[in-house]
Ligand binder design. Structure first.
Ligand code: HEM
Length: 227
């Protein structure tokens, strides 16, 4: 056995092979590495093809059987979606039907949330360009600690401050750009607008939209100024 393996690896003829099991006599698969010789000289037999135990050999000989129409699988039934009449409510029998909700007219959007027409040059993109242009939109030199009494003083259109989530912004430059209109935004001028803002459009990122308008941080009234 050992001498057979040695001869198989070196290419030299085997000296004695009486105890070789039959599975070892099968040729090794051809190798990509051409430099290495892997076959013994006397084992050049081509394997049987098709294999002796293959289904191909077991099959009855003769030309392949051609199936007639009746022997073929029947076609699938016509799906109900293909036969529906557009605009007509289908019977709710099949799970493939369109949902009945799509046949109903959508409800009219409420007047309360309508957007206003913005003046030319005041689109959200224009605002983005303005706020990143480096223009001074704060109107103050340094960020301040702003108590409600100070915030209250900035409530005119020309000088409007408002607090959102503890940050005070100069909203005057943004007024003409606000998709909800100037009037709505002026409702929070001079006061904390966090609640109104959140109940109107919590998904809007005010911190990002107004970052260049930040004037300071809302703080509680100093004790000495309390009435
Ligand atoms: C300064 C902070 C605010 C910013 C940055 C801001 C920003 C925006 C933005 C981006 C939209 C368009 C939303 C969308 O298309 O989904 C919008 C719409 C609107 N905003 Fe504001 N807003 C502010 C404050 C307010 C406040 C305090 C009110 C209410 C008093 C308000 C009322 C509205 C309304 C009614 C709309 C139109 C309806 C809608 O878009 O759903 N906004 N605002």
């Amino acid at each position: 056995m050992a001498s057979y393996l040695k001869s198989w690896l070196t290419g030299a003829p085997a000296t004695a092979t009486p105890d070789i099991p039959t599975f070892l006599k099968v040729s090794p698969p051809p190798s990509d590495d051409e430099g290495e010789e892997t076959e013994t000289e006397d084992d050049n037999s081509v394997p049987a093809f098709p294999a002796l135990n293959s289904a191909q050999r077991a099959a009855p000989s003769g030309p392949p059987r051609i199936l007639s129409d009746s022997a073929l699988m029947p076609p699938p039934p016509v799906p109900s979606l293909a036969t529906r009449t557009p605009g007509v409510s289908p019977k709710p029998a099949s799970s493939l039907l369109v949902p009945t909700t799509t046949t109903k007219r959508p409800a009219k959007p409420s007047k309360k949330r309508e957007k206003v027409a913005l003046a030319p040059g005041h689109s959200p993109l224009d605002w983005a360009a303005l706020k990143s242009s480096g223009a001074d939109l704060r109107g103050v030199d340094t960020l301040m600690r702003i108590p409600p009494s100070v915030l209250k003083k900035h409530r005119s259109k020309d000088d409007a401050w408002s607090a959102f989530n503890g940050k005070v912004y100069n909203i005057t430059p943004y007024l003409a750009f606000h998709p909800g209109g100037e009037r709505e935004l002026m409702r929070v001028a001079g006061r904390d607008g966090t609640q109104l803002f959140a109940s109107t459009h919590a998904w809007v990122n005010a911190d990002f939209m107004l970052d260049s308008c930040l004037v300071g941080f809302l703080v509680s009234e100093p004790a000495s100024d309390l009435p």
